[in-house]
Design a protein around this ligand. Structure first.
Ligand code: SF4
Ligand code: FES
Length: 253
């Protein structure tokens, strides 16, 4: 047990408590042998407003500089610190320690389904390869317009939800289909295809649907909703996938 509030906090001071972080470590070997992942425990002093990312920083800066993880913005924008916290995919910078029952050790692991490079860092290349395949950019033909491409509020609303993606991979790496078949495009690629397929200015929708009509495409989704639960941006991913499936059948988009 590790979380006890200070009995006599100073007047005006934010009470602190101790938490135990149980972190999955994976250290690449120099001699060609296959490294075995193992757990390391760290005890850190934290405040109620601290996030898991703050605790990881404390470990790295004060206890073990070799602990390796990605982060950049620290405010839920860049998508670089998705990890498995207490068995659930979350952004470390958006997860408050006090919301995790700090009386028990908090487990932190790399997201699943992607090769681990070191500790909490995974190789994101397979994830971004699928993203690139669905052509995540506006496709237009004809001459460039002299004014901006106009769109009504209703047309913009059609794909508003899927514009929120920050490419954190929390969805794709929470998907059991992706765990067993790394070739599956995965929810994030489909979300980003949705963002352009339903954009009234785009002309590449039919091509994207063809790409996703692959055996590793949209039909592999088993509607488990893991992706929707994992998304830190609250995107209705399963719904978006269903809309792409429907567009594939009706060709109406
Ligand atoms: S859809 Fe959500 S969970 Fe998936 S990559 Fe985008 S922001 Fe992350
Ligand atoms: S560090 Fe950028 S989203 Fe968490």
């Amino acid at each position: 047990m590790t979380a006890t509030l200070d009995a006599t906090p100073e007047v005006g001071a934010v009470p602190s408590f101790e938490v135990t972080l149980k972190v999955m470590r994976y250290l690449p070997s120099d001699d060609g042998s296959t490294p075995v992942p193992h757990w390391d425990e760290f005890r850190v002093q934290a405040h109620g407003t601290d996030r898991v990312l703050d605790a990881l920083h404390k470990v790295k800066w004060e206890q073990d500089g070799s602990l390796t993880f990605r982060r950049s913005c620290a405010h839920g924008v860049c998508g670089s610190d998705a990890m498995r916290i207490n068995g659930r995919n979350r952004l470390a910078c958006k997860t408050l320690l006090k919301d995790l029952d700090p009386s028990k050790p908090i487990t932190v692991e790399p997201i699943k389904g992607l090769p681990v490079v070191k500790d909490l860092v995974v190789d994101m290349e397979p994830f971004f390869a699928s993203y690139r395949e669905i052509m995540p950019f506006l496709v237009t033909t004809g001459t460039e317009p002299t004014k901006e491409r106009r769109q009504s509020a209703e047309q913009r609303e059609r794909f508003d939800d899927t514009t929120k993606c920050i490419l954190c991979a929390a969805c794709t790496s929470s998907c059991p289909v992706f765990w067993t078949d790394g070739q599956y495009f995965g929810p994030a690629a489909i979300v980003n295809a949705h963002r352009f397929i339903f954009d009234s200015r785009d002309e590449g929708g039919a091509q994207r649907l063809e790409i996703l009509n692959d055996k590793e495409g949209v039909w592999r989704c088993r509607t488990t909703f893991n992706c929707t639960e994992a998304c830190p941006r609250g995107i209705e991913i399963t719904k978006a996938i269903q809309e792409v499936k429907r567009a594939m059948i009706t060709r109406a988009f």
